[in-house]
Design a protein around this ligand. Structure first.
Ligand code: ZN
Length: 310
């Protein structure tokens, strides 16, 4: 994709290289309430028993027990964390390529969504984005790169450790700059849902419906975020003419690679549809494509149709 030379967003904070103060790593967190489950999960993580079991441990569980963050308070990109790898630091700085890329894609999202909201007589409020390395503080806890990129509705902020992109390439087999742009657009999609009230609607059902039913609501929300990422791609390309050959394939390949069924299969486990929170590979790539082809916000109602037809 073409991304250089366009406006860069001012709503991005680069915290890479900063340490999380006063926590002395996860040990401090663990000790506070002495969560045995958290400790167990933590040791699983730190010993790094490979991607197998780790992918099965949902990001929500990890967030709740290890990082003391309510599973309702974040929306992750992928079920399960990207894993225990700690790879070498990117070089942070105002002019480094990764920061320029993220700020540009963020600005593209702001421009596209401001225009779409305007067409519907609404005003778009841009999300914030925090780029960090390894860990950073967030309301109610600590963001950890092992959670993967996520959006937090309460402070309207996307958190991302760019090392996730290396995971995307090396581990999920989804390389390419437009695969990365899709990740950002999906998280901004969660912000759009937040502004439109979908997030509250889903979270309000927590505890009122069965686990299975709640997972299904989560799938509806996640597929809609994939759809919104596609809508973004449609309008951004019309506005900036930034797509190159193979870009849509990169996004489709990425959406496919992180489908719940594919992740479960690759982790060596059984495919358990009732445990899906993000949708299958086929669903995720199809909803992205639907958004991209039509570019029409009104075609993205994943909440009204029967679950089986999603
Ligand atoms: Zn998501």
């Amino acid at each position: 994709m073409e991304w250089k030379g366009r406006r860069r967003s001012k709503n991005v904070e680069d915290r890479r290289g900063q340490r999380v103060g006063g926590l002395r790593g996860l040990g401090g967190l663990r000790g506070r309430r002495g969560s045995a489950v958290g400790g167990l999960l933590l040791s699983l993580f730190t010993r790094g028993s490979g991607k197998t079991k780790l992918l099965l441990i949902g990001a929500a569980v990890v967030a709740m027990f290890v990082f003391k963050i309510s599973p309702l308070s974040i929306m992750s990109f992928v079920s399960g964390g990207p894993g225990p790898q700690r790879v070498a630091q990117e070089a942070p700085g105002p002019n480094d390529e990764m920061r320029a890329f993220l700020e540009t894609i963020k600005a593209d999202n702001e421009d596209v969504w401001a225009k779409i909201f305007q067409q519907f007589g609404k005003e778009y409020r841009p999300a914030k984005m925090v780029i960090y390395s390894d860990k950073t503080v967030m309301p109610g806890g600590v963001a950890d790169s092992r959670m993967g990129p996520f959006y937090m509705p309460s402070n309207e902020t996307v958190y991302i450790d760019p090392k996730f992109f290396r995971e995307l390439t090396e581990r999920f087999g989804a390389p390419g700059d437009f695969a990365q742009a899709y990740v950002i657009a999906h998280e901004i999609g969660h912000h759009v849902q937040n502004l439109l009230g979908y997030t509250d609607k889903v979270h309000g059902q927590h505890g009122r419906v069965s686990k299975k039913e709640y997972n299904r609501l989560s799938v509806r929300l996640e597929l809609q975020a994939d759809f919104l990422a596609g809508v973004f791609a449609h309008h951004a390309d019309a506005q900036f003419n930034f797509l190159e050959e193979g870009d849509i394939d990169e996004a489709m390949n990425c959406a496919h690679a992180i489908g719940d069924d594919t992740l479960q299969r690759e982790s060596g486990g059984r495919v358990m549809p009732d445990s899906f929170t993000h949708g299958t590979s086929e669903q995720r790539s199809r909803w992205f494509m639907k958004g991209y082809q039509g570019g029409d916000l009104r075609e993205g109602d994943t909440f009204s149709m029967p679950y089986e037809r999603l």
